[in-house]
Design a protein around this ligand. Structure first.
Ligand code: HSE
Length: 298
């Protein structure tokens, strides 16, 4: 009746797949605990690592747990604690880690009545509470793990994709905040057909590369001609970081979700280290604090 879980950070979009691709980061994330209580209802007893509300209906995690307990007509309640392992507003799916972790944890204590797809829908409700939009790419990646494709939103359809063995990632989080809402507002409402063609061909190429372990195809496909040109203006030294990463051997680099975190995908540990060092060097002496991570995709 006690459960402790790790809920991973996630990278949404992965360059070409705006709102439709996501991946889970192995090394960064939140820790959450769940305790069954005889009295019904949800209570957050402790939050560390970030300042978040204890208001059950406004905190994404507790809002998700509450909805699930009601839906399942549970005759017990849940007390939860959250330890945030990284900062909200980073573009690494912080609210998604809370929402997805909450959905996963509550499902365990309920005796696992819900499928991953149903858990994704509950977690999307948490995203709605946290950021007023029901985007699935971060939460689905956190729940399914690895790489996922949101093939459709209505009805929701999630496809779990394979992850080539040697795929690694490097991420740099400049310590500024970009609000998802602002990063969505800079996007155009309409796009040119030729850009759409480039983009969907790259999504197909990336997915084909994941299935066939074809790193060259993955590399060629990690491009974003639609969203990145607008959003990169919100991220200091984006072009410098990206070109340093690619020069050091990264397969590709782009904006993690709505930013400001920049990610690079790499093949193997040796290149990953070189890319890490190159990115670190490109941000040194810029008068902006930053944190860096390397991880497997898992
Ligand atoms: N796909 C969403 C976006 C993710 O890029 O706006 C938000 O983190």
């Amino acid at each position: 009746d006690y459960l402790k879980i790790f809920s991973p950070a996630t990278i949404a979009n992965v360059s070409c797949g705006f709102d439709s691709l996501g991946l889970a980061v192995d090394e960064i994330g939140d820790e959450m605990t769940f305790v069954k209580t005889p009295q019904k209802g949800v209570e957050i007893t402790n939050i560390t690592g970030a300042e978040l509300t204890y208001d059950v209906d406004k905190n994404a995690a507790s809002a998700v747990v509450k909805k699930m307990l009601l839906d399942a007509k549970a005759d017990f309640g849940i007390q939860l604690t959250m330890h945030k392992g990284y900062f909200p507003g980073s573009g690494l799916g912080s609210s998604a880690a809370s929402s997805a972790g909450a959905a996963f944890g509550a499902n365990q204590l309920l005796g696992k009545p819900y499928s991953n797809l149903e858990l994704t829908k509950f977690a999307m409700f948490g995203e709605e509470v946290a950021c007023r939009s029901q985007i699935a790419d971060n939460v689905a990646a956190a729940i399914y793990g690895g790489f996922v494709l949101i093939r459709s939103y209505q009805p929701l359809e999630v496809v779990k994709l394979p992850v080539p063995n040697e795929l690694r990632l490097v991420a740099i989080h400049p310590q500024i905040e970009v609000r998802t809402e602002d990063a969505r507002n800079v996007l155009p409402k309409e796009i040119a057909l030729k850009d759409a063609v480039t983009q969907w061909a790259n999504v197909g190429g990336l997915i084909s590369g994941l299935y066939s372990n074809n790193y060259e195809l993955i590399s060629n496909s990690l491009k974003d001609v639609i969203v990145e040109p607008h959003r990169k203006k919100l991220i200091p030294f984006f072009d410098e970081v990206k070109s340093a990463a690619i020069k050091a051997g990264a397969l590709g680099a782009g904006i993690s979700g709505s930013g400001p975190t920049i990610f690079a995908l790499c093949k193997g540990d040796e290149i990953t280290e070189q890319v890490y060092n190159a990115i670190e060097k490109s941000y040194r002496n810029k008068n902006i604090d930053f944190e860096m991570y390397t991880s497997k995709v898992n």
